[in-house]
Design a protein around this ligand. Sequence first.
Ligand SMILES: [Fe+2]
Length: 178
Amino acid sequence: MSLRDLDMLLGRLPPARPTQDELDTLAGGWPEMLDGPGLLRRAHFSDQGYSRAILHRTADWEVLLVGWLKGQRSAPHGHGESFGLTCVLEGALTEVVYRLAPGGQVMRAEKHLHRAGSVFREQPHTIHHVEHAGRSRTVSLHLYAPPLERMEFYEGSTGTSHPRASGRREPKRSIIVR
Ligand SMILES: [Fe+2]
């Protein structure tokens, strides 16, 4: 998608190499500045798992939509070097935040319900998993700066765990929206 088209959807584009303050300023205009219906039309869904649709990616940031169906969730993950903003456009998400213990284990620390219109932040040190909540489908808008190229994944199903053997891997395959 062109920057011009993305600008129409977001109301304001992120600057090159956005600082955390600039990301906070952008988040302050969400969701009011967003073209919600225009964004929702571009979301994708799959019964194989949550579906990422990349709207635009530069060297400094990327913007994508994620479509979530009932029962779909991410693995517990870190964010490499990226800062992130997430806005729930439709439906709801549960976010479970983990704390990293000195031995490298992750332990569940907090749980948040984010309804439509909510914005939450991710930092490089944030470890969390995100899952569909509620009855209807969910669409979330994500901005990562720099683009989320490598993430740390953890086994968190028991609530106490170690990083996976590989430690890091590429994010799931994504759809590029034209
Ligand atoms: Fe995340």
